[in-house]
Design a protein around this ligand. Structure first.
Ligand SMILES: *[C@@H]1O[C@H](CO)[C@@H](O)[C@H](O)[C@H]1NC(C)=O
Ligand SMILES: *[C@@H]1O[C@H](CO)[C@@H](O)[C@H](O)[C@H]1NC(C)=O
Ligand SMILES: [Ca+2]
Ligand SMILES: [Ca+2]
Length: 315
C-alpha cells in the first residue's frame, strides 16, 4: 500500500480514540503459557463503546493454544532483525505516528500536519521501532519494553520467524479474561483493587497532564505489573496488541467454535488499549474492548504478542 505520509495519515482520519530480556534462547519456550481450551463469554451485553462492536455477548469455544507471556520486547524484536535483516514498514515509509506528548520541542517544531480527529498524533519522520520518538530518540534503556511502531505485517513476519502466529481476537480475549467470566478487566471489575495499579494506562487529564501515578508516563517493561490468572503480563494497557482478525463491528450472538473473524476487510483488530488510554476518551483497557487499524499502520503505542498451536522449536 501507499507509503506516503498523506496516505499513511489518511487511514487514521476519523478514527476515534486512537487512543525480559531473554538472553538465553533456551528460555524462549518459557516465554509462552499453555492456555487450556474452553468456553467463555466473548464481548459484552453492556458495551461501554457501542460503535466498536463490543457486543453482543456470545458463547465462544476455543481449542487449547500457547500465548506469549508478555508483549514482544525490543530485545526480542532486535534478535529477529539481527537474524533476518528485516525492515519494518515504518522504516520503509520513512515515518510513523508518535503521540505529541512524547516528542521533543525540536521534533514538534518541524511538523505541520496532524490527524484531524486526533490532533495529538503527529507523523514523525524517522520514527520507527529503534527510534520511538523520532531520530533523536533510542531504545537503549528500553530493551525490555514492548516493541512499538510495528505494523500488522511486521508482527506477522516476526511471529512467523519465531514459529508462531498472531492470536485470533477470540484467543486474545479468552487469554485476557484469565479464567474469569464477564469481568471488565483481566483481574476483575475494580480498576484498582486495594489502590494498586494493575496496568499501565493514563492517570491525569488526557492529553495534557499525564501524572504517571502507575509509575510510567510511556511504556513499562513487558513484565511490569501483576500477571493475570493465566500468567499473562500487560494484556491490557502498555501497548495495544495486534490480532489476526479482520475488523467488523457486527457480530452474531450465535455460539462459535474457534472464530477467526471476517474473511476479508480493510482493518485488523487490535486489543487491550495502551499507556495512552484514559477512561475519558479511550476506555479500551477492558477485555471486551477493541479497536482497529490498517495492516500497514504503525504508532508509538501499538505492539503485539504471538500465539502458537504447539510450542515452537528453539531458535
Ligand atoms: C544485535 O546485533 C548487534 C550487533 O551485532 C548486537 O550488539 C546486539 O546485541 C544484537 N541484539 C540481540 C538482541 O541479540
Ligand atoms: C496535573 O495534575 C496534577 C494532579 O491533579 C496536578 O497536581 C498538577 O498541577 C497538574 N499539572 C498541570 C501542568 O496541570
Ligand atoms: Ca501510565
Ligand atoms: Ca498490552
Amino acid at each position: 500500500s501507499a507509503g506516503s505520509q498523506e496516505a499513511h495519515s489518511e487511514v487514521w482520519q476519523g478514527l476515534q480514540g486512537l487512543c525480559l530480556p531473554r538472553k538465553n534462547p533456551l528460555r524462549q519456550r518459557g516465554n509462552m503459557v499453555a492456555i487450556p481450551g474452553g468456553e467463555f463469554t466473548m464481548g459484552t451485553d453492556e458495551p461501554e463503546i457501542r460503535q466498536d462492536g463490543e457486543w453482543p455477548a456470545r458463547r465462544v469455544r476455543v481449542n487449547g493454544f500457547y500465548m506469549d507471556r508478555h508483549e514482544v520486547s525490543n530485545e526480542e524484536f532486535e534478535r529477529f532483525v539481527n537474524a533476518t535483516g528485516y525492515l519494518t514498514e515504518a522504516e520503509k515509509f520513512g515515518d510513523s505516528f508518535v503521540f505529541e506528548g512524547m516528542l521533543s520541542e525540536e521534533v514538534k517544531s518541524e511538523i505541520h500536519q496532524a490527524v484531524a480527529a486526533a490532533p495529538w498524533w503527529l507523523p514523525v519522520k524517522g520514527a520507527n521501532w529503534k527510534h520511538p520518538e523520532g531520530p533523536d530518540s533510542n531504545i537503549v534503556s528500553r530493551m525490555d519494553h514492548p516493541v512499538l511502531h510495528v505494523s500488522w505485517n511486521d508482527a506477522v513476519a516476526f511471529c512467523t520467524w519465531a514459529g508462531k502466529r498472531l492470536p485470533t481476537e477470540a484467543e486474545w480475549e479468552y487469554s485476557c479474561r484469565g479464567g474469569l467470566e464477564n469481568r471488565l478487566f483481566p483481574w476483575g471489575n475494580k480498576l484498582q483493587p486495594k489502590g494498586q495499579h494493575y496496568a499501565n494506562i493514563w492517570q491525569g487529564v488526557f492529553p495534557s497532564n499525564n501524572t504517571a501515578e502507575d509509575g510510567y508516563k510511556g511504556t513499562a517493561p513487558v513484565t511490569a505489573f501483576p500477571p493475570n490468572g493465566y500468567g499473562l503480563y500487560n494484556i491490557v494497557g502498555n501497548a495495544w496488541e495486534w490480532t489476526s482478525d479482520w475488523w467488523a463491528v457486527h457480530h452474531s450472538a450465535e455460539e462459535a467454535h474457534n472464530p477467526k473473524g471476517p474473511a476479508s476487510g480493510t482493518d485488523k483488530v487490535k486489543k487491550g488499549g495502551s499507556y495512552m488510554c484514559h477512561k475519558s476518551y479511550c476506555y479500551r483497557y477492558r477485555c471486551a474492548a477493541r479497536s482497529q487499524n490498517t495492516p500497514d499502520s504503525s504508532a508509538s503505542n501499538l505492539g503485539f504478542r504471538c500465539a502458537a498451536d504447539a510450542l515452537p522449536d528453539l531458535q
